[in-house]
Structure formats: C-alpha cells, structure tokens
Design a protein around this ligand. Structure first.
Ligand SMILES: *Cc1c(COP(=O)(O)O)cnc(C)c1O
Length: 388
C-alpha cells in the first residue's frame, strides 16, 4: 500500500464528519447502544464495536488502521505511552515459570520490567549480546517464551539480524517482540522479516512535536485481540482520543520530517567525525559503524540519533560542552522538532569519572529539524568553551 495513501486517506471516512479534512476528536467515555441484543454482543466481545473508550474509540481507530498498514501488519493497538505498550506485549506472552531472552541494555523501562516486576511473578530474563545469532541459540531454555529485541537500540545502535532471530524463534515456538522506535515503519518493517510483535514509541517520531506520549503495538489480528481482551482493557493504558488526534496530526508529516533529518543528521555526523575533540561517532548508516552491512541490509534509512565519544580527560569538559550549547537542549527523549543532547556520565557519581572508560565519554545527540549549519555552529562554539 502506498505510504501517501495510508497517511492521508486510509481509515478516514470524511463524509461521516462534514467532510472535514482533519478527523474529529471523539472525546467521549461511553457510547449509546441501540438494543439489548447489541449490548449483549458488545459484552461478549468488546473488540466488535464501540462501548466504552477504555476499549475502542473512533479517533483512535483511524490511527490504528494507519499504523497497522505502515507496518504491513493485520492489526494495531495504541497505548498511552511506549512503556505501556512494551508492558502489555510482554505480559500477554508470559506466565509464572517462563523465561525471556532479551538483548542486553534494552530501553530503561523494559529493563526495569524484566529486573524488578516480572521476577515477582516467577518470570526470569537472560540478557545477551544480540549481535550474534549463536548468543540467542545458547540462551534459549525449554521454558523460553519470549525473545525481546531492540534494533537498533538507542545509545549504541546495536542491531540484531531480524530474519535469523525470527527463524530461530519460529522453530522453537517462541514469540518475538521488537522495539522498532529508532527506525519507525518508514525505515524498517520487522513483520515482513518474521517478527511477531512490533512495538514503537509514538512519543518520538510519530508525535514529532514533543507534545504527547504514545506507544504502538502491531502484529497479527489474533495477537492484538488477545492483548486487547486482557492487558489493554484491564490495565486501561490505551491512548486517549485527544492524544490519538495529536499523533494522527504528527503522522501526516512524519515522512517529510524523516527525509529532512536524513540529510541534516548526515551533515552533523560528518562534522563530528572530523572534529579533533571527537574520538569516534556511532551512526548505523556510517561506513565506520561496526554493523554497517547489516544496517544497510535490513534498514531503509537512519536519522536523528547518533552518539559520539569525546577525548575528555576530566568530566568538567563534558559538563562544559553540554552546558555551553545555546540552542541544542539537554533533555531526555528525541524525535521532536528540537535538537537534544545527553551525556552518559550524568548517570555516574562525578568522582567516579574514568577517562579510560569509553562509556563515560559518550554523548548522545538527537538532530532535530533545525538547519544543519545552525546546529554545527552551536556545537563548534560549545567545543571551544569546553576546551578553552
Ligand atoms: C522513549 C522510548 C521508549 C518508551 O516510550 P515512551 O513513549 O516514552 O513510554 C521505548 N523505547 C525506546 C527506544 C525509546 O526511545
């Protein structure tokens, strides 16, 4: 299906709402039911129609149809955050005594779920370096039910060979879940590679304006209905109509934004690569990237996030670099209009800074929608202040 059609038309029935171009925000908690028989049908299967907005809602439905189509999936559920989507996807597929194989250092709140919440219910997790398929093969136990992937992940951009992992998991009857936030369906479609459930945060590129949270799951109709019937309805973590409307609005311009970011990020990465204070840069579509070949094989694009290591001998240099930026802001998250920086050393005690530990000298940069020259000039003046 054509991406332009999906984004501009699919799921929209404008004749139903005065031919308005923008869809209505159906801001209602409940829906009037016409007959007892209809009510009975909705009680039997809430996925069959509109009853209550913790379940289905027409504004949310437009978004669901578009996001399912973008991923090449049968169905989609949209949550109030990416973390909620991750939680529902994993919870729906494990029970006490089960085992999960996860890539090491997944998104913070995925790790928190594996480390803190799931062990309370007798579900254990083994973390592996997902860059080699043998590591998956070795980690799988008879009770492994889920393989959790994040490709690329959001600091080092480590990839997994998605087709190989999917094939292995299918043979062992294990459900595969991927966090596809870095790529979005525009740059990577894991369903077509055999992955069962695709998660992405909508807070980042779909929203695109740093003004709402959201999370997406796509997969087969059967898997999505199973999650809807239990975790989605029970936790009540579905996206609210207004937030769904903001996400629809963001989605309209996502291809244009990612196309621009593709060019700007490249320019910023090239600037960083030649800078004498920069030791190296990590960016999946850069020839120096350790998994460059695989990135080119399974991804159609890369943009926005990159990381770099500075040649700092003391933490003060990194602190000054971040605090001297005039336009690039220090903040978590990414995917919005504004460029952002995050120093890895913010998570250590200043006294523990060790320049021989490469990670302490790592910074993550999100290139936003500003001009490349504007961002490069900002970085340049900050480098000069950091190393006076
Ligand atoms: C932000 C993020 C999430 C979580 O999404 P929220 O919408 O913030 O809950 C998950 N995975 C990755 C890679 C992210 O960057």
């Amino acid at each position: 299906m054509d991406i332009s059609y999906i984004i501009n038309e699919l799921g929209e029935d404008r004749a139903q709402y005065f031919n308005a171009i923008a869809p209505p925000i159906v801001q209602t908690s409940n829906f009037r039911v016409g007959s007892v028989a209809e009510l009975k049908a909705l009680f039997d299967d809430e996925y069959s129609g509109y009853l209550y907005s913790r379940g289905l809602n027409p504004t949310v439905e437009i978004l669901r149809k578009k996001l399912a189509a973008l991923d090449g999936a049968e169905d989609c559920l949209v949550f109030n955050s990416g973390a909620a989507a991750i939680f529902a996807a994993v919870l729906a597929n494990v029970r006490a005594g089960d085992h999960i194989v996860s890539v090491e250092r997944p998104y913070t709140w995925a790790a928190r779920m594996f480390d803190v919440i799931l062990p309370r219910f007798g579900v254990s997790t083994t973390y592996i370096d997902g860059t080699r398929i043998e590591h998956f093969e070795r980690a799988i136990l008879p009770n492994t039910r889920v393989i959790y992937l994040e490709s690329p992940n959001s600091w080092e951009f480590k990839l997994q060979d998605l087709r190989a992992v999917a094939e292995l998991a299918r043979a062992e009857n294990i459900t595969t879940i991927i966090d596809n936030s870095y790529c979005t369906p525009l740059f990577q479609r894991p369903i077509g590679m055999g992955i069962d459930i695709v998660m992405q945060t909508a807070t980042k590129y779909i929203g695109g304006h740093s003004d709402t949270l959201g999370g997406v799951l796509t997969g087969s109709g059967a898997i999505m209905k199973k999650i809807f019937d239990s975790e989605y309805l029970n936790i009540g973590s579905g996206v609210q109509p207004f937030n769904a409307w903001l996400l629809l609005r963001g989605l309209r311009t996502m291809p244009a934004r990612l196309e621009r970011l593709t060019h700007t990020t490249r320019q910023v990465v090239d600037y960083l690569k030649q800078h004498p204070r920069v030791e190296s840069v990590l960016f999946p579509f850069d020839e120096t990237f350790p998994q460059y070949e695989l990135a080119r094989q399974q991804m159609d694009g890369a943009c926005g996030l990159s990381s770099f290591y500075v040649r700092a001998t003391e933490m003060g240099q990194i602190v000054r670099l971040c605090e001297s930026l005039r336009h690039i802001m220090m903040a978590v998250s990414w995917g919005g209009h504004e460029s952002l920086i995050l120093p890895r050393c913010a998570s250590i005690e200043p006294g523990d800074f060790d320049p021989s530990n490469k990670e302490h000298r790592m910074l993550r940069l999100y290139t936003g929608l500003e001009d490349a020259s504007y961002l490069i000039a900002d970085l340049e003046q900050a480098f000069l202040k950091a190393w006076p």
